[in-house]
Design a protein around this ligand. Sequence first.
Ligand code: SIN
Length: 304
Amino acid sequence: MENRLATEIAGLKLANPTMLASGILGYTGLSLKSIIEAGAGAVVTKSMGLEPRTGYPNPTVVQTDCGLLNAMGLPNPGISHFKEEMKEIKSTGVPTILSIYGYSSEEFAKVAETAVKMGADALELNVSCPHVKKAGAEIGCDPLLLTEIVKEVKKKVDKPVIVKLTPNVANIGEIAKAAEKAGADAITAINTVKAMNIEIETGRPLLANKFGGLSGPAIKPIAVRCVYDVYRSVDVSVIGCGGITSWQDAVEFMLAGASAVQIGTAIAFKGVSVFSSVAKGIDAYLQRKGFKNVKELVGLAQNY
Ligand code: SIN
């Protein structure tokens, strides 16, 4: 099974194309290790910044009919506090990607340097959080600012730099192209879709922050379209993310152009066994269709 599923993202070798998405079970070495033991081909941490950040008051996550709505506010202990957690996972040999955010190119670069020193195999730049002012999607919607940040990070680190994009833009292909031109080694598409819900008896928005990001099955078709557009716009690898809960979803993303897929919200509904069930399902599909390796699937839907 391993040979057919083995793949590569920006030089990182993955035993299979499933990855943990940033944002869930990504705070501690132990929780990340449990995802690795469950069969993920790579893991991405919760986004870390230069300083500790409390995040927003509760409620920060609410369930909707079709997924989860969250506005946590990037709570994290600060990058330097993650050192001990990294020790826990380094011995697994599974690529560990540190998700980072910042308020300026200098700050991104500082966090990136620290992350690499503590053993990150790659970085994922979170420029796409839909609700944290000046640190998230405001960057990912502005090709010039994004270019400055990617260039600054690339100057300071010698590990692959992945840029996680927001779908909340008019032309995601153009933004991906700007990131690639600045030196990005891969693109993750997509982060959550900006959304809100309102409780009708009280008339109040349910999230304390009012707005949040929607994840889960509702956003899958949006994410597939974004992966399709990004794949056409760049030559670097694309990582699909958004509503993947089954092997069929993963195959769909790959046909659109994803070389690997990130799974997040599905863990809340299916548990960590989702990684092995998705990997097994992809493998059976490859075998049934006569493919020798999962890389052969990438972008096939672009031919129509
Ligand atoms: C959060 O911490 O509020 C979510 C982060 C993100 O959507 O990037």
